[in-house]
Design a protein around this ligand. Structure first.
Ligand code: NAD
Length: 394
């Protein structure tokens, strides 16, 4: 790793639930978790099809006896081993997040779970309480926030470079589901089915990324109320939305908009955030992650490039900078930066520290942020389904 600042203790023995062959996100978890030596992949219940999961696990280098048919067997059998797993990543369709996370915490494991954390705020709060009680790390993979320039933005906003924050514009607006592709794509089919996706599609799938990005860049931002409208432009997806717009009012007077859509025809990702202050604006776009646009009113636009000496890099930024200047940096780097921090948290907890103390002393998307994602989605649904009313944010 660039500058080699990561000195790992022994890697955590790590298993996966989901992420089988051909899954969208399994490979990125495996490569990011193991890249800096924080985790060692030793066991898995990788696939809903047990045999396919076993074959794939063996191909990935797991011992055949540690390729399990289901997660319950994996947790039970691994607990009997002296070298059993210490941590698990859960990257299965949304409807399984709550039950697998709960079982994993009860089995004494550190947990990394996909977003959206679960279906209801009640379940989310229960997982939070359990993680605190068991003192186990609980990461949630809002993986775009490991990019160095996102951290740069956070520092500049905190330092007052843009003045007082007035407006936050967020969007995650791809076009991959402009047509009813779910007839051919299993990965889309479960996302547009309430039984497997929950009460929302794009609000949970994309909107929670935007929410966490805004909270990461502007810490302390508290939503006072929101108004949401949602549509199913491909009618067969109803009641789940493929397009949603949220108006946000924050405590202290700032306002925001969030657009989440999967029917932005012609667009590949278009995940952007623009934070507008009383002096200047900052904008970051995930398709150009090495750059940050810094726009001071009355001055030429500055495009800041990661890794350059003119940035004000602190230790956290330096550790995130894996490539040096001039080299392209990608999503794997962002995720690897996140997994490195997950591993550090697990090790601190294993050394006797308390979960909430560890989380307050570091940036890393975690159970508290997972809960916020679920809270946000619930309020959006309440607003949208009641004629797009303003709803108080509690
Ligand atoms: P997918 O449909 O492509 O893959 C799901 C995988 O889970 C498959 O390998 C399937 O066989 C396996 N699986 C299903 N049920 C299982 C069970 N009971 N036990 C073991 N394995 C099982 O889905 P995906 O796109 O990889 O999404 C998985 C999760 O990751 C979702 O929650 C999704 O929201 C999330 N995701 C997050 C990001 C991100 O940026 N953080 C990106 C993509 C997906």
């Amino acid at each position: 790793m660039f500058r080699e600042v990561w000195t790992s203790a022994a890697p955590l023995r790590w298993g996966m639930v989901g992420g089988g062959q051909g899954s969208e996100i399994g490979y990125i978890h495996r490569s990011s978790a193991c890249r800096d030596g924080g985790f060692k992949f030793v066991a898995g219940a990788l696939d809903v099809d047990a045999e396919r999961g076993r074959e794939f696990g063996v191909k990935l280098g797991l011992s055949p006896e540690r390729c399990y048919s289901d997660y319950k067997t994996m947790f039970a059998e691994e607990a009997k081993r002296e070298d059993g797993i210490q941590a698990v990543t859960i990257c299965v369709p949304n409807f399984l997040h709550y039950e697998v996370s709960r079982e994993a915490l009860l089995a004494g494991l550190h947990v990394v779970c996909e977003k959206p954390l679960c279906f209801t705020l009640e379940e989310a709060e229960e997982l939070k309480a359990l993680a605190i009680e068991k003192n186990r790390m609980f990461g949630v993979t809002y993986g775009y926030t490991g990019f160095p320039m996102v951290h740069q933005a956070r520092q500049m906003i905190a330092r007052g470079d843009i003045g007082d924050v007035r407006i936050i514009k967020m969007q995650f607006a791809h076009g991959f589901q402009t047509h009813p592709v779910e007839s051919k794509s299993a990965g889309t089919a479960w996302r547009v089915n309430p039984k497997t996706s929950g009460s929302t599609y794009v609000l949970g799938d994309l909107g929670t990324h935007c929410l966490y990005m805004s909270q990461m860049m502007v810490p302390g931002l508290e939503i006072e109320k929101l108004l949401c409208t949602r549509q199913s432009f491909v009618a067969s997806r109803a009641p789940l939305e493929d397009n949603a717009t949220v108006l946000l009012q924050y405590k202290g007077g700032a306002v925001g908009t969030l657009w989440a859509t999967s029917v932005n025809a012609g667009s590949t990702h278009q995940q952007k955030i623009r934070v507008i202050g009383s002096k200047a604006s900052i904008e970051w776009w995930d398709e150009h992650p090495n750059q940050l646009s810094y726009e001071v009113q009355g001055e030429p636009v500055r495009i800041l490039e990661h890794g350059m000496d003119y940035l004000y890099l602190d230790d956290e930024m330096t550790a995130s900078n894996r490539m040096g200047s001039g080299h392209s940096e990608g999503l794997f780097e962002s995720w690897s930066g996140m997994y490195r921090r997950f591993a550090e948290c697990c090790q601190k907890l294993d050394g006797g520290a308390k979960l909430l103390d560890v989380l307050s002393g570091t940036w890393v998307p975690n159970i508290l942020d997972g809960v916020e994602g679920v809270r946000f989605v619930e309020h959006c649904v309440e607003s949208a389904d009641n004629g797009s009313l303003w709803v108080e944010y509690i």
